[in-house]
Design a binder for this molecule. Structure first.
Ligand code: NAD
Ligand code: MG
Length: 390
């Protein structure tokens, strides 16, 4: 039996991971499940999968979780410290699927103790890519990408190193507003931005798809994870989202990864790796599909992409600032305090303000530095919005 920990079990990735694990319960022992405010779901998951430990990030909900799990034998804990402690427990396979910078500590803690980490939390690599990769190198931890594009690149590489690669093409759906007239974007509502043309995902990543901040994060993620140069990575709109990524090798061969838009593919690939096993995902019918279309993203519609380029060129702690500003901008958009197109302005203004801070250009090589810059950028972004300086 393999012991499994899932950080962010109650989210979209977590639920899909448990769906796969629940299909072969005799093979897995669920050691850790963590969640946020959805206590009822966390308790239900812990019961169904007989989890050894259930942790809620929300300390004020400890008693509620404890009551729901009384008599089940599941240990209960709460708070950010408890999440860090849970990541320290040795396990065979850990899924990092908390959303946002809060996922960094469990990712890093898991990697430091040297287990296999299935990484859905792209923020870990955007904020602290060099730190995470260096820690994995010294502990011998194995990081398996779960973001579908990065899983696709990993599969296209097929064991070849990044040095044999000329270009990488990451595909994008174009998000909810890909066909909207530009002048309507500023007034787009939260509900409108929370629908995705192809994928069912958490609300935050769905809105990030509409702005392409998600794709912007993924370019940075690809650079950090595989070690590609910024100018080797392209983004192409592939409306059908059947191709998830393409790799062009130095001999001109181009490998593409095709599959139905279902996160259980990338999750299952990481769960079974290095084997390939049956997965309950739809098979692509090429004839039914008829055609696959490609288009370049319009930089005016998706300013997030140019901001990601800036971050890749600057390096240092700019990734942590980029992510923090994006999280604050997204919080304010969801709360109805800023408009859809303001989000990119918040990130640009925060990058510019934080670039004057000492330490901004220094390497993201310690957790303290990254968390400090993350905090500073969050405060800066919040102030810029409050003072209408965006
Ligand atoms: P989600 O919003 O559906 O779930 C997030 C999970 O994190 C929940 O369990 C929630 O309770 C928990 N959480 C939220 N804030 C927390 C905090 N401060 N501390 C501890 N736990 C907290 O998100 P999701 O769509 O499942 O995405 C999870 C991660 O995977 C994100 O980093 C996202 O970018 C990445 N990802 C998601 C998809 C997808 O299809 N959903 C695809 C690729 C990558
Ligand atoms: Mg993705």
């Amino acid at each position: 039996m393999r012991s499994i920990a899932i950080f962010g079990a109650t989210g979209s990735i977590g639920v899909n991971t448990l769906d796969l694990i629940g299909r072969a319960p005799q093979e897995y022992q669920v050691a850790v499940l963590t969640g946020g405010r959805n206590i009822a779901l966390l308790a239900e998951q812990a019961k169904t999968h007989r989890a050894a430990l259930a942790v809620t990030a929300d300390e004020s909900r400890y008693d509620e979780l404890k009551d729901l799990l009384s008599g089940t034998g599941t240990e209960v804990a709460a708070g950010a410290e408890a999440i860090r402690d849970a990541a320290q427990r040795p396990n065979d396979w850990t899924m990092s699927a908390i959303v946002g910078a809060a996922g960094l500590v469990p990712s890093l803690t898991t990697v430091a103790r040297g287990g296999a980490l299935a990484l859905a939390n792209k923020e870990s690599l955007v904020c602290a890519g060099p730190l995470l990769m260096k820690t994995a190198e010294s502990s011998g931890a194995e990081i398996l990408p779960v973001d579908s594009e990065h899983s696709a690149i990993f599969q296209c590489l097929g064991g070849h190193t990044s040095e044999t690669v000329e270009r990488v093409t990451i595909t994008a759906s174009g998000g909810a507003f890909r066909d909207w007239p530009m002048d309507k974007l500023a007034s787009a509502s939260v509900a409108e931005a929370s629908t995705h043309p192809n994928f069912a995902m958490g609300q935050r990543i769905t809105i990030d798809s509409a702005t392409m901040f998600n794709k912007a994060m993924e370019i940075i993620e690809a650079k950090e994870f595989f070690g590609f140069e910024a100018d080797q990575i392209d983004v192409v709109i592939q409306r059908e989202q059947i191709i998830h990524a393409l790799v062009t090798f130095n001999d001109g061969a181009m490998m593409a990864h095709l599959g139905a838009p279902d996160m259980r593919h990338a999750i299952g690939f990481a769960l079974h790796w290095p084997e390939r096993r049956f997965l309950p995902v739809e098979r692509v019918d090429l004839v039914k599909l008829g055609q696959l279309t490609f288009a370049a993203p319009d930089p005016a519609r998706y300013p997030a992409l140019a901001l990601a380029d800036e971050v890749m060129k600057t390096g240092g702690l700019s990734g942590a600032v980029f992510n923090a500003a994006k999280e604050i901008a997204l919080d304010h958009f969801i709360a109805g305090k800023i408009g859809f197109t303001d989000m990119a302005r918040v990130v640009a203004a925060t990058l510019s303000a934080c670039s004057r801070e000492s330490g901004y250009g220094t390497a993201a090589d310690s957790l303290e530095k990254v968390l400090q810059m993350n905090h500073f950028a969050r405060v800066t972004a919040t102030e810029l919005i409050a003072r209408h300086q965006i």
